[in-house]
Design a protein around this ligand. Sequence first.
Ligand SMILES: *Cc1c(COP(=O)(O)O)cnc(C)c1O
Length: 354
Amino acid sequence: MDLPRIVIDLKKIENNCRVVVESCNNRGINVTGITKSFCGETKIAEVLRKGGVTYLGDARLDNLKNLQSIDIPKILIRLPMKSTAEKVVELADISLNSELDTIRELNFHAKRKEKLHGIILMLELGDLREGILEENLENFVKEILPLKNIKIMGLGANFTCYGGVIPDSKNLSKLSETAQKLNEKFQMNLEIISGGNSSSYYMLQKEKFPEGINNLRIGEAILLGRETSYGERIQGTTDETFTLQAEIVEIKDKPSVPEGNIGLDAFGHKPEFVDRGMRKRAILAVGRQDVDPEGMIPKDDGIIILGASSDHLIIDVTDCETNYHVGELIEFKLTYSALLKLMTSKYIKKHYLD
Ligand SMILES: *Cc1c(COP(=O)(O)O)cnc(C)c1O
């Protein structure tokens, strides 16, 4: 067995996906399954397709390249770099956009390839990441309409990414009304009105969604079974989809406070310690180069994560019922930040359960 490894339970992911997609579909909303947190691995992406998503979306062209074998429309969900416009047109059917220069460049390459490239215009609704300000939107659209190889497919917005702004009936109604206005003013029919990511799922469950919103771009809610406005578990889903297994390389009783003058740790922080007396501590062969220790949830709830350096994770196992030994495995469930890093680390083996 190659360790450390991440065990990926494809059936559980597919089940989560079905639950999320069905509850969206019941409210007239289709789903873009977001694949960036698992680097566009085709096996997992294929499971999202089986689970009923309408589109696949990723932030990176390398990942979209992986997805080419899956027959489903693909969306680039990060604003395209102008310098990569040619690749964008080749690898994505649709991209999210907010800059005219880039859209002109996409048009240029789409024309050369005799393609029609779809775009979703991003509207700034308060989170202050990407998006066109509403007062500039109509002029923006006027500039795009003459570009023959670009089709404006929709309008979208992003929440809880930079500013932590939560999607609510006010900002989502704004999105839907703005789309309606564009449709009337320019005699168009915007097909995709995309009301955010996993953080919009909370509202979808609790309240009526504003009329007109017909798409969500969802990663975490499917992969880990959590909406992300308040971090609540989604009924019928599980977070036992991805499991990290790491091996114990040392286990000893040690004092809980270091001895000597305390300087900076390996990452330039001054560490602080709680004196719990002598404790049984284990070192696991996994570290910050692979994972975000703050995002790891030990399956054995007697375990306390004490800290990590580049290649070592230090845990306290004094309160565990199991008597652990060197060479044994410790298992963790993951939050989004840990999942993202583990899937990206080349040192972590990926093991699929189908
Ligand atoms: C990452 C991302 C998403 C998906 O976010 P989740 O919280 O995983 O659902 C959706 N839209 C955009 C633009 C993103 O960058």
